[in-house]
Design a binder for this molecule. Structure first.
Ligand code: HEC
Ligand code: HEC
Ligand code: HEC
Length: 179
């Protein structure tokens, strides 16, 4: 009699432990996911990019006078729209990589004498067509000049078809390093 009763109690306790663990794990997952998505959004805002790091001051001013901030449509492309990849995991990877790189440069580098040409090259290399295609879905709009029609019909895939291969000084007009 006694061992069976003990087994029952044990089984009951086990069930409670399993239920508690399941609830706690679910809550932890929900909390972590909410925190992660919130922090990705928060640290991708224009304010976060520019107010916290004065290195971004000139880029910010360039952006404010660019067509991607001020145009007839009222649509604004924010820093992260262009500078971060589109998928959730690639976005987090990019944030970790650039976050560490820029923080190290801020504290241990020479923020007053940044090599803007090098930064422009690395920024352009990291921008993917997907980021541009989020907004520019139609590459043959009615007002597109003939040159654009010809260029776009050659294809926008691969290295030669990268948007930033042809469109560089759209936002940071002062980067006149490229012919
Ligand atoms: C429409 C897309 C787009 C938007 C929006 C944009 N950028 Fe850029 N950015 C670029 C491209 C393309 C380059 C590569 C260099 C070039 O072509 O001028 C670049 C280069 C840079 C660089 C490296 C060159 C340098 O001058 O140091 C920094 C820093 C930068 N961007 C910061 C920002 C910040 C901060 C914002 C928002 C306030 C922003 N960008 C908004 C497209 C964009
Ligand atoms: C958040 C939406 C958005 C994103 C992301 C975006 N654009 Fe734009 N882009 C616009 C809007 C809106 C305009 C202004 C359209 C107008 O004036 O009619 C524009 C204008 C342009 C123009 C014409 C004006 C100019 O300054 O030369 C080009 C070229 C262009 N974008 C290319 C790009 C490229 C390349 C990327 C990716 C690096 C990109 N855009 C990312 C919304 C976006
Ligand atoms: C091989 C070069 C080339 C590639 C690659 C390319 N474009 Fe263009 N694009 C042009 C040319 C040339 C024009 C017409 C001249 C101009 O307006 O700058 C143009 C025009 C545009 C315009 C209209 C600009 C205006 O003044 O109205 C937009 C928007 C644009 N491209 C977006 C893109 C996007 C987004 C990509 C990537 C998916 C891309 N382009 C890839 C060469 C290219």
């Amino acid at each position: 009699m006694a061992p069976i009763r003990g087994e029952k109690i044990l089984r009951k306790t086990n069930r409670k432990v399993v239920a508690f663990t399941a609830i706690a794990t679910t809550m932890l997952l929900i909390f972590s996911y909410t925190f992660l998505t919130w922090s990705v959004g928060f640290t991708s805002s224009v304010d976060f990019c520019t107010v916290n790091c004065h290195e971004m001051g000139s880029s910010f001013r360039e952006w404010q006078t660019s067509t991607h901030y001020d145009n007839d449509t009222g649509v604004v492309a924010e820093c992260a729209d262009c500078h971060l990849p589109t998928g959730f995991v690639p976005k987090i990877k990019a944030k970790i990589y650039f976050g560490i790189r820029d923080t190290v440069s801020h504290y241990f580098g020479d923020p007053e004498n940044l090599d803007r040409k090098l930064l422009a090259e690395s920024a352009a290399a990291s921008i993917t067509n997907d980021s541009c295609r989020k907004c520019h879905k139609n590459l043959f709009p009615s007002g597109l000049p003939r040159g654009g029609r010809l260029a776009h019909s050659r294809g926008v895939e691969g290295e030669e078809g990268r948007c930033v291969k042809c469109h560089r000084q759209m936002v940071h007009q002062s980067n006149l390093y490229f012919g």
